[in-house]
Design a protein around this ligand. Structure first.
Ligand code: RB5
Length: 145
């Protein structure tokens, strides 16, 4: 499994922290930037990451901005992306089991770094349950056209 990770300046420090976790776990990743605390625009990084996921360059993505809101809105504009903004492990697990989320969004200025890592760990281990949830996801895809 290869993970894509991207952030703006508001999520940069958490992105670097999560990269250390991924390295420790031996999980391969692609870093779509940003690469410093200099102010940038979160849609640029949400779009790069989302393109990486829909193209299959990476299997799943982690998107981070200050609140997680702007970058999650951005990612959800890209056809094929189901991005879930999570601040707790239950939502993270359910976002995969029920919603088959392919991008996890986090707020770098909202949650602590260690909670974020627990959320990532939970999200990566979760499995989509299919069944009635597949039908509902297909209805979301139909809205995309
Ligand atoms: C940047 O200051 C901030 O607006 C951004 O990181 C994010 O929180 C937007 O939703």
């Amino acid at each position: 499994m290869k993970i894509g990770i991207g952030s703006d300046h508001g999520g940069f420090e958490l992105k670097e922290y999560i990269k250390e976790y991924l390295k420790e776990e031996g999980i391969e990743y692609v870093d779509y930037g940003t690469n410093s605390l200099d102010s940038v625009d979160y849609p640029d990084y949400g779009l790069k990451l989302s393109k990486g996921v829909v193209s299959g360059e990476v299997d799943k993505g982690i998107a981070i901005c200050g609140t997680g809101i702007g970058i999650s809105i951005t990612c959800n504009k890209v056809k094929g992306i189901r991005c879930a903004l999570c601040s707790d492990t239950y939502s993270a697990r359910m976002s995969v089991e029920h919603n088959n989320a392919n991008i996890l969004a986090l707020g770098g200025r909202v949650i602590g770094m260690d909670l974020a890592v627990e959320i990532v760990s939970t999200w990566l281990k979760a499995q989509f349950q299919g069944g009635r949830h597949e039908r509902r996801i297909n209805k979301i895809s139909n809205i995309e056209g």
